[in-house]
Design a protein around this ligand. Structure first.
Ligand code: SF4
Ligand code: SF4
Ligand code: SF4
Length: 430
Protein backbone atom coordinates (compact mmCIF):
# COMPACT_ATOMS: atom_id res chain seq x y z
CA UNK A 1 0.00 0.00 0.00
CA UNK A 2 1.21 3.51 -0.84
CA UNK A 3 1.96 5.71 2.18
CA UNK A 4 -0.64 8.44 2.76
CA UNK A 5 2.08 11.02 3.36
CA UNK A 6 5.35 11.77 1.65
CA UNK A 7 7.95 10.14 3.92
CA UNK A 8 10.57 12.63 2.66
CA UNK A 9 8.76 15.95 3.13
CA UNK A 10 11.47 18.02 1.38
CA UNK A 11 11.48 15.78 -1.68
CA UNK A 12 9.04 15.56 -4.56
CA UNK A 13 6.55 12.76 -3.95
CA UNK A 14 7.07 10.04 -6.52
CA UNK A 15 5.01 6.90 -6.03
CA UNK A 16 4.99 3.54 -7.81
CA UNK A 17 2.15 4.60 -10.08
CA UNK A 18 4.27 7.31 -11.69
CA UNK A 19 4.65 6.26 -15.32
CA UNK A 20 7.66 8.42 -16.17
CA UNK A 21 10.08 8.38 -13.28
CA UNK A 22 10.95 6.37 -10.16
CA UNK A 23 12.55 7.12 -6.82
CA UNK A 24 14.89 5.00 -4.72
CA UNK A 25 14.07 6.14 -1.20
CA UNK A 26 17.16 4.37 0.20
CA UNK A 27 19.33 6.93 -1.60
CA UNK A 28 17.31 10.04 -0.70
CA UNK A 29 18.82 12.45 1.86
CA UNK A 30 15.74 14.70 1.94
CA UNK A 31 17.83 17.65 0.73
CA UNK A 32 14.96 19.37 -1.11
CA UNK A 33 16.82 20.12 -4.35
CA UNK A 34 14.28 18.21 -6.46
CA UNK A 35 11.36 20.15 -5.01
CA UNK A 36 13.03 23.47 -5.80
CA UNK A 37 13.69 22.30 -9.35
CA UNK A 38 10.09 21.21 -9.77
CA UNK A 39 8.86 24.57 -8.53
CA UNK A 40 11.21 26.42 -10.87
CA UNK A 41 10.13 24.47 -13.97
CA UNK A 42 6.43 24.00 -13.35
CA UNK A 43 5.63 26.75 -10.87
CA UNK A 44 3.88 24.12 -8.72
CA UNK A 45 4.58 22.07 -5.64
CA UNK A 46 3.03 18.70 -6.24
CA UNK A 47 1.39 17.64 -3.03
CA UNK A 48 -0.41 14.80 -4.71
CA UNK A 49 1.81 12.28 -6.51
CA UNK A 50 -0.78 11.75 -9.24
CA UNK A 51 -0.30 15.39 -10.31
CA UNK A 52 3.38 14.87 -11.20
CA UNK A 53 3.97 15.73 -14.86
CA UNK A 54 6.66 13.04 -15.22
CA UNK A 55 8.95 15.59 -16.88
CA UNK A 56 12.00 14.28 -15.05
CA UNK A 57 13.58 17.67 -14.41
CA UNK A 58 14.02 16.71 -10.77
CA UNK A 59 16.21 13.78 -11.92
CA UNK A 60 18.66 16.25 -13.44
CA UNK A 61 19.42 17.99 -10.14
CA UNK A 62 19.23 15.17 -7.55
CA UNK A 63 22.74 14.92 -6.07
CA UNK A 64 22.24 11.32 -4.89
CA UNK A 65 20.85 9.81 -8.09
CA UNK A 66 17.77 8.80 -6.10
CA UNK A 67 15.52 9.74 -9.03
CA UNK A 68 15.69 8.09 -12.44
CA UNK A 69 13.62 7.34 -15.55
CA UNK A 70 11.09 4.52 -15.13
CA UNK A 71 12.85 1.38 -16.30
CA UNK A 72 11.59 0.06 -19.63
CA UNK A 73 14.82 -1.60 -20.76
CA UNK A 74 13.70 -4.95 -19.34
CA UNK A 75 10.71 -4.93 -21.72
CA UNK A 76 12.98 -4.24 -24.69
CA UNK A 77 15.27 -7.10 -23.67
CA UNK A 78 12.28 -9.43 -23.32
CA UNK A 79 11.09 -8.49 -26.82
CA UNK A 80 14.57 -9.27 -28.19
CA UNK A 81 14.51 -12.70 -26.53
CA UNK A 82 11.07 -13.37 -27.98
CA UNK A 83 12.46 -12.64 -31.45
CA UNK A 84 10.13 -9.76 -32.10
CA UNK A 85 11.04 -7.42 -34.94
CA UNK A 86 12.56 -4.46 -33.13
CA UNK A 87 12.11 -0.98 -34.57
CA UNK A 88 13.69 2.14 -33.04
CA UNK A 89 12.97 5.78 -33.77
CA UNK A 90 15.24 8.54 -32.57
CA UNK A 91 13.94 11.90 -31.37
CA UNK A 92 15.72 15.03 -32.63
CA UNK A 93 17.30 16.10 -29.32
CA UNK A 94 18.95 12.69 -28.72
CA UNK A 95 21.47 13.09 -31.54
CA UNK A 96 23.12 16.14 -29.95
CA UNK A 97 23.33 14.81 -26.37
CA UNK A 98 23.97 11.06 -26.18
CA UNK A 99 27.58 11.68 -27.21
CA UNK A 100 28.12 13.33 -23.81
CA UNK A 101 27.83 9.88 -22.17
CA UNK A 102 30.80 8.78 -24.29
CA UNK A 103 33.07 11.83 -23.96
CA UNK A 104 31.78 13.94 -26.86
CA UNK A 105 30.88 17.58 -26.29
CA UNK A 106 27.24 18.76 -25.92
CA UNK A 107 25.81 19.62 -29.33
CA UNK A 108 28.13 17.27 -31.25
CA UNK A 109 25.97 15.60 -33.89
CA UNK A 110 26.19 11.80 -33.70
CA UNK A 111 23.02 10.40 -35.32
CA UNK A 112 24.86 8.09 -37.75
CA UNK A 113 26.99 6.46 -35.03
CA UNK A 114 23.90 6.05 -32.90
CA UNK A 115 22.07 4.29 -35.74
CA UNK A 116 24.98 1.83 -36.06
CA UNK A 117 24.85 1.21 -32.29
CA UNK A 118 21.14 0.42 -32.42
CA UNK A 119 21.65 -2.10 -35.21
CA UNK A 120 24.37 -3.74 -33.08
CA UNK A 121 21.95 -3.95 -30.14
CA UNK A 122 19.53 -5.96 -32.28
CA UNK A 123 17.17 -3.47 -33.91
CA UNK A 124 16.10 -4.40 -37.45
CA UNK A 125 15.00 -0.91 -38.46
CA UNK A 126 16.10 2.48 -37.18
CA UNK A 127 13.86 5.37 -38.14
CA UNK A 128 14.06 9.10 -37.60
CA UNK A 129 11.36 10.74 -35.46
CA UNK A 130 11.92 13.91 -37.48
CA UNK A 131 9.67 12.10 -39.98
CA UNK A 132 6.93 12.03 -37.30
CA UNK A 133 7.70 15.70 -36.59
CA UNK A 134 7.16 16.51 -40.28
CA UNK A 135 3.84 14.68 -40.24
CA UNK A 136 2.83 16.60 -37.11
CA UNK A 137 3.51 19.88 -38.87
CA UNK A 138 1.54 18.91 -41.98
CA UNK A 139 -1.47 18.06 -39.84
CA UNK A 140 -1.04 20.93 -37.38
CA UNK A 141 -0.72 23.56 -40.11
CA UNK A 142 -3.78 22.23 -41.87
CA UNK A 143 -5.67 22.44 -38.57
CA UNK A 144 -4.39 25.97 -37.88
CA UNK A 145 -5.17 27.20 -41.40
CA UNK A 146 -8.72 25.86 -41.01
CA UNK A 147 -9.18 27.55 -37.65
CA UNK A 148 -7.92 30.85 -39.11
CA UNK A 149 -10.00 30.69 -42.27
CA UNK A 150 -13.17 29.24 -40.71
CA UNK A 151 -13.05 31.18 -37.44
CA UNK A 152 -12.24 28.25 -35.12
CA UNK A 153 -10.83 28.45 -31.59
CA UNK A 154 -7.66 30.56 -31.36
CA UNK A 155 -5.00 30.69 -30.20
CA UNK A 156 -4.24 27.12 -31.10
CA UNK A 157 -1.61 25.64 -28.76
CA UNK A 158 0.86 22.86 -29.59
CA UNK A 159 0.18 19.43 -28.09
CA UNK A 160 3.47 17.60 -28.59
CA UNK A 161 4.85 18.00 -25.03
CA UNK A 162 3.07 15.49 -22.74
CA UNK A 163 4.02 17.32 -19.55
CA UNK A 164 2.43 20.50 -20.88
CA UNK A 165 -0.65 18.54 -22.02
CA UNK A 166 -1.07 17.01 -18.54
CA UNK A 167 -0.58 20.43 -16.92
CA UNK A 168 -3.27 21.88 -19.21
CA UNK A 169 -5.68 19.08 -18.30
CA UNK A 170 -5.04 19.59 -14.58
CA UNK A 171 -5.00 23.38 -14.32
CA UNK A 172 -6.60 24.78 -17.49
CA UNK A 173 -9.33 22.31 -18.52
CA UNK A 174 -11.31 25.21 -20.00
CA UNK A 175 -8.58 25.59 -22.66
CA UNK A 176 -9.10 22.08 -24.08
CA UNK A 177 -10.40 23.46 -27.37
CA UNK A 178 -7.28 25.58 -27.75
CA UNK A 179 -5.00 22.54 -27.81
CA UNK A 180 -4.22 21.10 -31.22
CA UNK A 181 -5.76 17.67 -31.74
CA UNK A 182 -2.55 16.43 -33.37
CA UNK A 183 -0.72 13.57 -31.69
CA UNK A 184 2.95 14.10 -30.87
CA UNK A 185 5.64 13.10 -33.43
CA UNK A 186 6.20 9.83 -31.53
CA UNK A 187 2.44 9.21 -31.45
CA UNK A 188 2.24 9.71 -35.22
CA UNK A 189 5.40 7.73 -35.99
CA UNK A 190 4.22 4.73 -33.94
CA UNK A 191 0.79 4.80 -35.58
CA UNK A 192 2.31 4.81 -39.08
CA UNK A 193 4.71 1.96 -38.27
CA UNK A 194 1.98 -0.27 -36.84
CA UNK A 195 -0.33 0.36 -39.81
CA UNK A 196 1.20 1.54 -43.10
CA UNK A 197 4.68 0.09 -42.55
CA UNK A 198 3.55 -3.24 -41.03
CA UNK A 199 1.32 -3.82 -44.03
CA UNK A 200 4.09 -2.86 -46.43
CA UNK A 201 6.52 -5.44 -45.06
CA UNK A 202 3.80 -8.04 -44.51
CA UNK A 203 4.21 -8.39 -40.73
CA UNK A 204 1.41 -8.51 -38.16
CA UNK A 205 1.53 -5.54 -35.84
CA UNK A 206 1.91 -7.68 -32.71
CA UNK A 207 5.10 -9.19 -34.16
CA UNK A 208 6.66 -5.72 -34.11
CA UNK A 209 8.15 -4.10 -31.02
CA UNK A 210 8.53 -0.34 -31.37
CA UNK A 211 10.94 1.64 -29.20
CA UNK A 212 11.11 5.44 -29.06
CA UNK A 213 14.55 6.76 -28.14
CA UNK A 214 13.90 10.10 -26.46
CA UNK A 215 15.23 12.88 -24.24
CA UNK A 216 11.94 12.71 -22.37
CA UNK A 217 10.63 10.76 -19.36
CA UNK A 218 7.10 12.12 -19.92
CA UNK A 219 6.90 10.17 -23.20
CA UNK A 220 6.79 7.03 -21.03
CA UNK A 221 3.59 8.43 -19.54
CA UNK A 222 2.15 9.50 -22.91
CA UNK A 223 2.68 6.12 -24.58
CA UNK A 224 0.62 4.34 -21.88
CA UNK A 225 -2.45 6.32 -22.93
CA UNK A 226 -4.90 4.34 -25.00
CA UNK A 227 -4.51 6.45 -28.12
CA UNK A 228 -0.69 6.34 -28.07
CA UNK A 229 -0.07 2.65 -27.55
CA UNK A 230 1.62 2.04 -30.89
CA UNK A 231 4.93 2.70 -29.16
CA UNK A 232 5.76 -0.35 -27.05
CA UNK A 233 8.63 1.11 -25.01
CA UNK A 234 10.41 4.39 -24.46
CA UNK A 235 14.13 4.53 -23.67
CA UNK A 236 15.67 7.79 -22.58
CA UNK A 237 19.15 8.92 -23.62
CA UNK A 238 20.60 7.85 -20.28
CA UNK A 239 18.92 4.42 -20.34
CA UNK A 240 20.17 3.74 -23.85
CA UNK A 241 23.70 4.90 -23.02
CA UNK A 242 23.82 2.53 -19.99
CA UNK A 243 22.62 -0.37 -22.16
CA UNK A 244 25.28 0.41 -24.77
CA UNK A 245 27.96 0.49 -22.08
CA UNK A 246 26.78 -2.85 -20.69
CA UNK A 247 27.16 -4.26 -24.20
CA UNK A 248 30.63 -2.63 -24.46
CA UNK A 249 29.60 -0.38 -27.35
CA UNK A 250 31.55 2.86 -27.51
CA UNK A 251 29.61 5.43 -29.54
CA UNK A 252 32.82 7.25 -30.50
CA UNK A 253 34.23 4.14 -32.17
CA UNK A 254 31.10 3.13 -34.08
CA UNK A 255 30.98 3.27 -37.86
CA UNK A 256 28.36 5.53 -39.44
CA UNK A 257 25.06 4.15 -40.75
CA UNK A 258 22.00 5.75 -42.31
CA UNK A 259 18.41 5.62 -41.12
CA UNK A 260 16.26 2.89 -42.68
CA UNK A 261 14.85 4.45 -45.81
CA UNK A 262 11.08 4.10 -45.23
CA UNK A 263 10.86 6.71 -42.51
CA UNK A 264 14.34 8.09 -43.05
CA UNK A 265 15.50 11.58 -42.47
CA UNK A 266 12.90 14.32 -42.03
CA UNK A 267 13.30 18.00 -42.82
CA UNK A 268 15.42 20.61 -41.04
CA UNK A 269 12.19 21.81 -39.46
CA UNK A 270 11.75 18.33 -37.98
CA UNK A 271 15.27 18.46 -36.54
CA UNK A 272 14.46 21.77 -34.88
CA UNK A 273 11.62 20.13 -32.90
CA UNK A 274 14.25 19.25 -30.28
CA UNK A 275 14.61 22.81 -29.02
CA UNK A 276 12.48 25.82 -28.18
CA UNK A 277 11.12 27.65 -31.23
CA UNK A 278 11.62 24.63 -33.46
CA UNK A 279 7.99 23.56 -33.79
CA UNK A 280 7.01 27.17 -34.51
CA UNK A 281 9.76 27.63 -37.13
CA UNK A 282 8.72 24.49 -38.97
CA UNK A 283 5.03 25.41 -38.67
CA UNK A 284 5.52 28.93 -40.04
CA UNK A 285 7.61 27.66 -42.95
CA UNK A 286 4.77 25.31 -43.82
CA UNK A 287 1.81 27.57 -43.07
CA UNK A 288 3.36 30.31 -45.21
CA UNK A 289 3.68 27.88 -48.09
CA UNK A 290 0.16 26.49 -47.59
CA UNK A 291 -1.36 29.99 -47.62
CA UNK A 292 0.75 31.68 -50.34
CA UNK A 293 2.37 28.89 -52.38
CA UNK A 294 5.69 30.62 -51.77
CA UNK A 295 8.70 29.95 -49.57
CA UNK A 296 9.09 32.15 -46.51
CA UNK A 297 12.05 34.53 -46.15
CA UNK A 298 14.06 32.69 -43.45
CA UNK A 299 15.38 35.90 -41.92
CA UNK A 300 11.85 36.59 -40.64
CA UNK A 301 12.11 33.53 -38.37
CA UNK A 302 15.58 34.19 -36.97
CA UNK A 303 14.34 35.47 -33.58
CA UNK A 304 12.70 32.11 -32.88
CA UNK A 305 16.20 30.62 -32.44
CA UNK A 306 16.90 32.72 -29.34
CA UNK A 307 17.00 31.25 -25.83
CA UNK A 308 14.55 33.76 -24.31
CA UNK A 309 11.79 32.20 -22.17
CA UNK A 310 9.00 33.95 -24.07
CA UNK A 311 9.36 34.99 -27.69
CA UNK A 312 6.74 36.55 -29.89
CA UNK A 313 6.54 37.22 -33.60
CA UNK A 314 4.15 38.96 -35.94
CA UNK A 315 4.10 37.87 -39.55
CA UNK A 316 2.09 38.83 -42.60
CA UNK A 317 0.96 35.80 -44.57
CA UNK A 318 -1.04 36.76 -47.64
CA UNK A 319 -3.84 39.05 -46.47
CA UNK A 320 -3.57 38.00 -42.82
CA UNK A 321 -1.27 39.05 -39.98
CA UNK A 322 -0.43 36.09 -37.73
CA UNK A 323 0.74 36.61 -34.15
CA UNK A 324 2.59 33.77 -32.45
CA UNK A 325 4.35 33.10 -29.16
CA UNK A 326 6.89 30.50 -28.03
CA UNK A 327 7.44 29.56 -24.38
CA UNK A 328 9.71 27.10 -22.58
CA UNK A 329 9.05 26.40 -18.90
CA UNK A 330 5.46 26.18 -17.66
CA UNK A 331 6.06 28.93 -15.09
CA UNK A 332 6.53 31.31 -18.00
CA UNK A 333 3.47 30.01 -19.85
CA UNK A 334 1.10 30.86 -17.00
CA UNK A 335 0.56 34.59 -17.83
CA UNK A 336 -0.24 33.70 -21.45
CA UNK A 337 -2.67 31.00 -20.33
CA UNK A 338 -4.41 33.40 -17.96
CA UNK A 339 -4.84 35.84 -20.86
CA UNK A 340 -6.49 33.15 -22.98
CA UNK A 341 -8.77 32.24 -20.08
CA UNK A 342 -9.84 35.86 -19.82
CA UNK A 343 -10.31 35.99 -23.63
CA UNK A 344 -7.63 38.67 -23.90
CA UNK A 345 -5.00 36.78 -25.87
CA UNK A 346 -3.60 38.49 -28.96
CA UNK A 347 -2.04 35.32 -30.36
CA UNK A 348 -3.10 32.91 -33.11
CA UNK A 349 -0.67 30.11 -32.31
CA UNK A 350 1.46 29.29 -29.25
CA UNK A 351 4.23 26.72 -28.80
CA UNK A 352 4.63 25.50 -25.22
CA UNK A 353 7.38 23.17 -23.99
CA UNK A 354 7.83 22.16 -20.37
CA UNK A 355 11.63 21.90 -20.19
CA UNK A 356 14.26 24.61 -20.33
CA UNK A 357 15.16 25.23 -23.98
CA UNK A 358 12.70 22.47 -24.95
CA UNK A 359 13.61 18.79 -25.33
CA UNK A 360 17.37 19.46 -25.33
CA UNK A 361 16.75 20.11 -21.61
CA UNK A 362 14.53 17.04 -21.08
CA UNK A 363 14.57 14.89 -17.95
CA UNK A 364 15.90 11.86 -19.84
CA UNK A 365 19.01 13.72 -20.97
CA UNK A 366 22.50 13.30 -19.45
CA UNK A 367 23.10 15.46 -16.39
CA UNK A 368 25.20 18.57 -17.03
CA UNK A 369 25.76 19.29 -13.31
CA UNK A 370 27.41 22.68 -12.88
CA UNK A 371 27.59 23.08 -16.68
CA UNK A 372 23.88 23.69 -17.23
CA UNK A 373 24.74 26.51 -19.64
CA UNK A 374 25.91 23.84 -22.12
CA UNK A 375 22.26 22.96 -22.82
CA UNK A 376 22.40 25.84 -25.31
CA UNK A 377 25.17 23.98 -27.19
CA UNK A 378 22.73 21.13 -27.81
CA UNK A 379 20.28 23.67 -29.21
CA UNK A 380 23.00 25.15 -31.46
CA UNK A 381 23.84 21.64 -32.69
CA UNK A 382 20.26 21.18 -33.92
CA UNK A 383 20.10 24.67 -35.43
CA UNK A 384 23.36 24.12 -37.34
CA UNK A 385 22.07 20.81 -38.64
CA UNK A 386 18.89 22.50 -39.89
CA UNK A 387 20.96 25.12 -41.70
CA UNK A 388 22.93 22.39 -43.47
CA UNK A 389 19.98 20.21 -44.45
CA UNK A 390 18.80 20.36 -48.04
CA UNK A 391 15.15 19.93 -47.13
CA UNK A 392 13.93 22.62 -44.78
CA UNK A 393 10.21 21.99 -44.51
CA UNK A 394 7.91 18.97 -44.43
CA UNK A 395 6.13 19.89 -47.67
CA UNK A 396 9.49 19.38 -49.46
CA UNK A 397 10.10 15.95 -47.90
CA UNK A 398 9.68 13.16 -50.49
CA UNK A 399 8.88 10.57 -47.79
CA UNK A 400 6.06 12.75 -46.53
CA UNK A 401 4.68 13.26 -50.05
CA UNK A 402 4.82 9.48 -50.56
CA UNK A 403 2.93 8.57 -47.41
CA UNK A 404 0.14 11.00 -48.29
CA UNK A 405 0.00 9.63 -51.86
CA UNK A 406 0.03 5.97 -50.79
CA UNK A 407 -1.89 6.00 -47.55
CA UNK A 408 -3.04 9.15 -45.80
CA UNK A 409 -4.47 10.90 -48.90
CA UNK A 410 -4.56 14.43 -47.41
CA UNK A 411 -3.81 16.31 -44.16
CA UNK A 412 -6.90 16.44 -42.00
CA UNK A 413 -8.57 13.74 -44.13
CA UNK A 414 -10.46 10.72 -42.82
CA UNK A 415 -7.37 8.46 -42.53
CA UNK A 416 -5.28 11.18 -40.90
CA UNK A 417 -8.01 11.78 -38.34
CA UNK A 418 -8.12 8.08 -37.55
CA UNK A 419 -4.38 7.62 -37.00
CA UNK A 420 -2.79 10.99 -36.35
CA UNK A 421 -5.25 12.93 -34.21
CA UNK A 422 -6.70 12.37 -30.77
CA UNK A 423 -10.20 10.89 -30.60
CA UNK A 424 -11.81 14.23 -29.86
CA UNK A 425 -11.22 15.25 -33.49
CA UNK A 426 -12.52 11.95 -34.83
CA UNK A 427 -15.71 12.33 -32.82
CA UNK A 428 -16.21 15.88 -34.13
CA UNK A 429 -16.00 14.53 -37.65
CA UNK A 430 -18.54 11.73 -37.14
S1 SF4 B 1 17.10 15.85 -4.66
FE1 SF4 B 1 17.36 13.63 -4.47
S2 SF4 B 1 18.27 13.35 -2.48
FE2 SF4 B 1 17.47 15.43 -2.49
S3 SF4 B 1 15.38 15.24 -1.64
FE3 SF4 B 1 15.19 15.03 -3.85
S4 SF4 B 1 15.28 12.83 -4.24
FE4 SF4 B 1 16.06 13.16 -2.19
S1 SF4 C 1 8.89 14.79 -12.74
FE1 SF4 C 1 8.62 17.00 -13.16
S2 SF4 C 1 6.59 17.45 -12.34
FE2 SF4 C 1 7.19 15.49 -11.44
S3 SF4 C 1 8.16 16.00 -9.52
FE3 SF4 C 1 9.82 15.90 -11.03
S4 SF4 C 1 10.07 17.99 -11.76
FE4 SF4 C 1 8.07 17.89 -10.72
S1 SF4 D 1 9.85 19.69 -23.40
FE1 SF4 D 1 10.35 17.82 -24.53
S2 SF4 D 1 11.57 16.61 -23.11
FE2 SF4 D 1 10.51 18.17 -21.89
S3 SF4 D 1 8.64 17.14 -21.20
FE3 SF4 D 1 8.15 18.25 -23.08
S4 SF4 D 1 8.41 16.73 -24.72
FE4 SF4 D 1 9.44 15.94 -22.89
Amino acid sequence: MEPKENIFPNAVWIDEKNLGIEKDNSKCINCGTCKLTCQKVTGKTFYDPKDCLSCGNCILTCPMNALKPKNELSQVRRALKENKLLIAYISPAVRVSIGECFGLTPGEFCAQKLIASLYKLGFSYVFDTTFGADLTIMEECYELKNRIVKGGTLPMITSCCPSWVKYAKLYYPELEENLSTCKSPIGMQGAMIKSYFAEKIGVKKDELFTVAITPCTAKKMETKEEQFQNTDAVLTVTELASWMKEEKLDLKKMEEKDFSSEFGEGSGGGTLFGSTGGVMTSALRTLYYMMTNEKIDESLLESLRETKRVKELELTIGQRTIKVAVVHGLTYAKPLLEEIKEKKSKYDFIEIMNCELGCVGGGGQPKLYEKEYLKASRQKGLQNRDRNQEIHAPYENENIKKIYQEFLISPGGYISLKYLHTKKKEEEKN
